[in-house]
Design a protein around this ligand. Structure first.
Ligand code: SAM
Ligand code: FES
Length: 350
């Protein structure tokens, strides 16, 4: 079969069956043309339509600490980066971010940070409780890495609805290239299954184009996601940060990220799929292209402008100078320009 026909055949098969073999996934990811990408995006938009129409959900991201005990080689806020200027938001500051977000129409707050010992299980439970009491109609999402089952349980009981924990890579050898010995893929996967068991809506995912990633790794990622069956999947291109061991590496490909978004939409028609800030950082219309490739969520920043540039996972991150309201309006206009609309909704998975 001609390469292009082969891609079309595999995409049609994926749409019909929502799964391919690993060999077929590798074939699908090899030698993708612009035409293949367009075809995949068209199928992906069609697959999303019955569940989400033209609606785009927003999540207000509150990056509340950039202290972290981990040392992921790719991450700008890793423990060993002594050039990172560290900060923690106070409870009052976090509440103020949520208050401003609520007024702007956000109905999901995402509390994201490094694994910071200051924020004990009890402190985070208190934050969740406070936000849920104040805004019972809103969803609270946590994204603070690997924790014990008991901690996850405490946060769930405090009212946390969702948890974002990218698996990063499902391939053990690839995982080793990205993380020091102390960190383990087995533990990360165990956390994800614990979160599911506790009734969280779970988000997982991976970076595209991280050091050592092959199509084989990506096929493993897609298979792992099938096994986990998360409600949300976050993918974005790897972008280097100058003060990390990966500082001189090339960024991931925008085109491959967009194609993978379409592939994910075909594999998981109902999944919540963000067009990430990383995508918007590498391409001026990255988030719009992400939506047109099948994504249905955007995650603007609600963190105070004074700390935005300190939550620097990678260099040149966009939207570090804008107030929350500016980001909200900017995204609304961007979505409208491509025929989509931001809705005021918790945005639970269908
Ligand atoms: N500590 C939490 C955790 O580990 O899940 C949440 C914060 S962590 C910084 C959030 C995500 O940022 C990671 O899962 C990773 O995929 C992404 N990330 C980190 N460094 C990145 C980089 N250089 N380029 C793109 N994404 C990156
Ligand atoms: Fe902990 Fe990146 S190394 S958030």
């Amino acid at each position: 079969m001609e390469t292009e026909q082969c891609h079309k055949y595999l995409l049609d098969k994926l749409k019909a069956e929502q799964i391919l073999s690993k060999e077929e996934i590798i074939q699908l990811l090899t030698d993708v043309s612009d035409q293949d990408r367009e075809y995949a995006a068209k199928l992906a938009r069609k697959a999303r339509e019955p569940y989400y129409g033209k609606d785009i959900y927003t999540r207000g991201l509150i990056e509340f600490t950039n202290y972290c005990r981990n040392d992921c080689y790719y991450c700008g806020i890793r423990k060993s980066n002594d050039k990172a200027v560290r900060y923690r938001l106070t409870k009052q500051e976090i509440e103020a971010c949520a208050d401003a977000g609520f007024r702007l129409g956000f109905r999901t707050f995402v509390l994201q940070g490094g694994e910071d010992a200051y924020f004990t299980a009890e402190r985070i439970a208190d934050l969740v409780l406070t936000l849920k009491q104040k805004y019972p109609e809103c969803a609270v999402t946590l994204s603070v890495g690997e924790q014990s089952y008991e901690t996850y349980r405490m946060w769930r009981e405090a009212g946390a609805d969702r948890y974002l924990l990218r698996h990063e890579t499902a391939d053990v050898c690839h995982y080793r290239k990205l993380h020091p010995q102390k960190q383990s893929l087995t533990r990360r996967k165990k956390c994800l299954f614990a979160l599911k068991e506790l009734g969280y809506q779970v988000g997982s995912g991976f970076m595209v184009g991280s050091f050592g990633q092959t199509f084989q790794c990506l096929a493993e990622d897609l298979f792992f996601l099938k096994e986990l069956s998360p409600q949300m999947i976050g993918i974005g291109p790897f972008i280097p940060h100058r003060d990390t061991p990966f500082g001189r590496m090339e960024a991931g490909s925008v085109e491959l990220t967009l194609f993978l978004l379409s592939v994910l939409r075909l594999m998981f028609p109902k999944v919540l799929l963000p067009a990430t800030t990383a995508l918007g950082t590498l391409h001026p219309r990255g988030r719009e292209l992400g939506i047109l490739a099948g994504a249905n969520v955007v995650m603007p920043n609600l963190s105070p402008v004074g700390v935005r540039d300190k939550y620097e996972l990678y260099n040149n991150k966009i939207c570090t100078g804008e107030e929350a309201a500016e980001c909200r309006n900017c995204l609304e206009l961007r979505m409208e320009a491509i025929g989509y609309r931001i809705v005021q909704d918790r945005g639970d998975a269908k």
